[in-house]
Design a binder for this molecule. Structure first.
Ligand SMILES: Nc1ncnc2c1ncn2[C@@H]1O[C@H](COP(=O)(O)OP(=O)(O)OP(=O)(O)O)[C@@H](O)[C@H]1O
Ligand SMILES: [Mg+2]
Length: 347
C-alpha cells in the first residue's frame, strides 16, 4: 500500500450568494440563494514514502483544498483519501501524529507567547522524547537561524522569521509526511533559499515525504522530481518535471557577438535546419551589426553546430545560450499553449 492514496476525490463548496446593498441584505434574510463550486474534481493521486511532489496550478485551481483534505481539515464531498491507511478526517488525531503542515498564508504558532514556548508546547502535545527534541532543535537552529527570533512572540516575527518558525514547529515531531502550502510566499531570495535547502535536507536525510504547492517554481526545481499540475480542480499532468522540461524546453536561443560585421552570416545561418534569426538580428546583420540572436530547436540541431557554422565565416568574441525557465514552460502549460499529451505522460 502506498503512503498516500487518493481516489476520485472531489470537494464541492456551497456558498451563499447575496445581492449587493441593503435590498440584497434584506432579501438575503428570506430567500437564501446558493451556488456550488466544484473546487476539486475527481482527482487520483498515489504518493510513496520519501517522494517530493510539487503540486502546482494557477490561482483557484484547487491546490489548498486538496491539501486540506489530505491533512484532514476538510471533509471530501466524494471519493476517498488514505494516508498511512487512515482516513485523515475521521482519524484526525492519529493522522496528526504522523504529519506536519505549513500554510504560508497563516501561522500555526501561538500569537502571544515566545516561539521557544510554542515549541515547548508542541513537544508536550506530541510527546516528543527529550533527545529527539534536542537533536531537532539543534538542527533547526542551524538551518533556520532560530536563535535570531526564538525569544520573540508570534506576533512580533517578520514574515520570513514566522515562516521559518512555522516550518520548525511543523517538523519538531519528525512527521513522516509534510504538506507545505506556499512555504516561501512573500519571502526575500535569501530566506527562500534557506527554506528550500531546509526542505531538501528533511526530504533527503529523514526520507520525509514532501507535498509542496507554490507559485515560485524555483522552489521545486532542485527538490521535486515529480510534478503534478492541477487546473480547475482536475489533474492535467502527473509525471516527472524532467519529462515536461524535455518535451517543452526544446527551444534555445544562442546570443553571439562577432568581432567584425559579417553580412555573410545571414546566409550561413539561414541554411541551418531548425535555426531561425530574429527580425532584429536580420536587420542588424544587413546594417553592419555584430550581435546575433539565433533561436534553434535543440532536437534538430546542436548549439555546437550553430556556433560552428558561425565560426566558419566570423570570429566569435562572446556568446550566451538561453533556455526557457521551468517558470515559463509551466506558465505556457497553464495557458493551454503547450499540449501535455506530447509530454508523454499526461494524466
Ligand atoms: N470555503 C470555501 N467556500 C467556497 N469556495 C471556496 C472555499 N474554499 C475555496 N473555495 C473555492 O475553491 C476554488 C479552489 O480554491 P483553492 O484555495 O483550493 O485554490 P488554490 O489552488 O489553492 O489557489 P491559490 O493558488 O490562489 O492559493 C476556488 O475557486 C475558491 O474560491
Ligand atoms: Mg492555495
Amino acid at each position: 500500500m502506498s503512503q498516500i492514496e487518493v481516489r476520485e476525490l472531489s470537494k464541492e463548496f456551497r456558498y451563499a450568494v447575496k445581492e449587493p446593498g441593503l435590498k440584497g441584505a434584506v432579501k438575503h434574510l428570506f430567500t437564501q440563494q446558493y451556488r456550488d463550486k466544484l473546487a476539486v474534481d475527481r482527482i487520483n493521486l498515489t504518493i510513496e514514502q520519501g517522494e517530493a511532489v510539487a503540486y502546482v496550478g494557477p490561482n483557484g485551481a484547487g491546490k489548498s483544498t486538496t491539501i486540506k483534505m489530505l491533512t484532514g481539515i476538510l471533509v471530501p464531498s466524494a471519493g476517498t483519501v488514505r494516508v498511512n491507511g487512515l482516513d485523515p478526517h475521521k482519524d484526525r488525531i492519529e493522522n496528526a501524529k504522523k504529519i506536519g503542515a505549513v500554510f504560508g498564508q497563516r501561522t500555526q504558532l501561538w500569537w502571544d507567547i515566545p516561539v521557544a514556548e510554542s515549541f515547548a508546547l508542541i513537544k508536550d502535545i506530541y510527546e516528543i522524547p527529550d533527545l529527539e527534541y534536542k537533536r531537532n532543535m539543534e538542527i533547526f537552529t542551524e538551518l533556520l537561524d532560530l536563535n535570531d527570533y526564538i525569544h520573540l512572540s508570534g506576533r512580533k516575527l517578520s514574515l520570513g522569521q514566522r515562516m521559518r518558525a512555522d516550518l520548525a514547529a511543523a517538523l519538531l515531531h519528525n512527521p513522516e509526511i509534510v504538506y507545505l502550502d506556499e512555504p516561501t510566499i512573500g519571502l526575500d531570495v535569501a530566506v527562500k533559499e534557506r527554506i528550500r535547502r531546509f526542505i531538501k535536507h528533511i526530504n533527503q536525510e529523514n526520507k520525509t515525504t514532501i507535498m509542496l504547492t507554490t507559485h515560485d517554481l524555483g522552489d521545486i526545481e532542485d527538490l521535486c522530481k515529480r510534478l503534478v499540475i492541477i487546473d480547475k480542480g482536475r489533474i492535467i499532468y502527473d509525471g516527472t518535471l524532467q519529462a515536461v522540461k524535455d518535451a517543452f524546453a526544446r527551444e534555445r536561443v544562442l546570443h553571439v557577438q562577432v568581432k567584425e560585421p559579417a553580412p555573410v552570416l545571414l546566409e550561413a545561418i539561414e541554411r541551418l535546419p531548425g535555426a531561425n534569426l530574429s527580425e532584429e538580428t536580420r536587420n542588424g546583420l544587413l546594417n553592419g551589426g555584430k550581435q546575433l540572436s539565433i533561436a534553434f530547436d535543440r532536437f534538430r540541431i546542436s548549439a555546437g553546430d550553430v556556433a560552428g557554422a558561425i565560426m566558419k565565416v566570423a570570429e566569435i568574441v562572446d556568446f550566451r545560450i538561453d533556455e526557457p525557465s521551468v517558470e515559463q514552460i509551466i506558465r505556457r502549460v497553464y495557458e493551454g499553449e503547450l499540449d501535455l499529451a506530447s509530454a508523454g505522460k499526461g494524466a
